[in-house]
Design a protein around this ligand. Structure first.
Ligand code: GRF
Length: 216
């Protein structure tokens, strides 16, 4: 059966889909027991419904954070979730909620944190002129897009890129590393040290050499 995972979404849910696909693999050490959205119209809910994973909408609109999070916490407890994965979940969580789920709450962000926090990471990356961007899976801490980093993947930023082309390249990388991080956690390989940095047991170096951009 393995680790019981809840995924929180707000939108299209392609990262959710990558986690669902991974969890289908024979012997995968985690199962998705709940997909919850704060927006009833989140497109991603269909991915869960299609494979029979229980879904739930916990509306955030027009409610206080405390009301919203109390209902969310209750839903997570009812589902007996061990770990919560934020996957395009666009609502800031209170320090109380984050503390309550410390080291059991992870997020994926479309930049190489700590660079380019916030909702417009790709615009920031392009505007800054960086040649390499990427994505990060990290444990969640109270400040937005902070917390111990579990895994990152890098992609080049091309001179011809706009927000959409860069986002697509980064998203493909997201779909690779989020399931990896989930597997490692479920296998018990991930620990957060006293200095709030992550150790992954048995980790090797990167699976390829240097990424140099531009390469003339
Ligand atoms: C992803 O780029 C993720 O990194 C960010 O929000 C986006 C969600 O996309 N947090 P999707 O809903 O998983 O397709």
């Amino acid at each position: 059966m393995g680790l019981r995972v809840a995924v929180l979404i707000s939108g299209r849910g392609t990262n959710l889909l990558s986690l669902i696909e991974a969890a289908k693999e024979p012997g995968f050490p985690a199962e998705i027991v709940l997909v919850a959205s704060n927006r009833p119209q989140a497109e991603g809910l269909v991915h869960a419904e299609a494979v029979g994973i229980p879904t739930l909408c916990v509306p955030s609109l027009g409610r206080t954070r405390e009301e919203f999070e109390a209902e969310l916490d209750q839903a997570l407890a009812t589902a007996r979730a061990d770990l919560v994965c934020l996957a395009g979940f666009m609502r800031l969580l209170t320090p109380e909620f984050v503390t309550g789920w410390a080291d059991r709450l992870i997020n994926i962000h479309p930049s190489l944190l700590p660079a380019f926090k916030g909702a417009n990471a790709h615009e920031q990356a392009i505007a800054s002129g960086v040649r390499i961007s990427g994505c990060t899976v990290h444990f969640v801490r109270a400040d937005m897009d902070t917390g111990p980093i579990i895994v990152q993947a890098a992609v080049p930023v091309l001179a011809s890129d706009d927000k959409a082309t860069l986002a697509a390249r980064v998203l493909a990388a997201e779909h690779r590393i989020y399931p990896m991080a989930l597997r490692w956690i479920a296998e018990g390989k991930v620990s957060v040290d006293l200095d709030d940095r992550v150790t992954v047991a048995g980790q090797n170096g990167p699976d390829s050499g240097l990424l140099i951009n531009p390469a003339i």
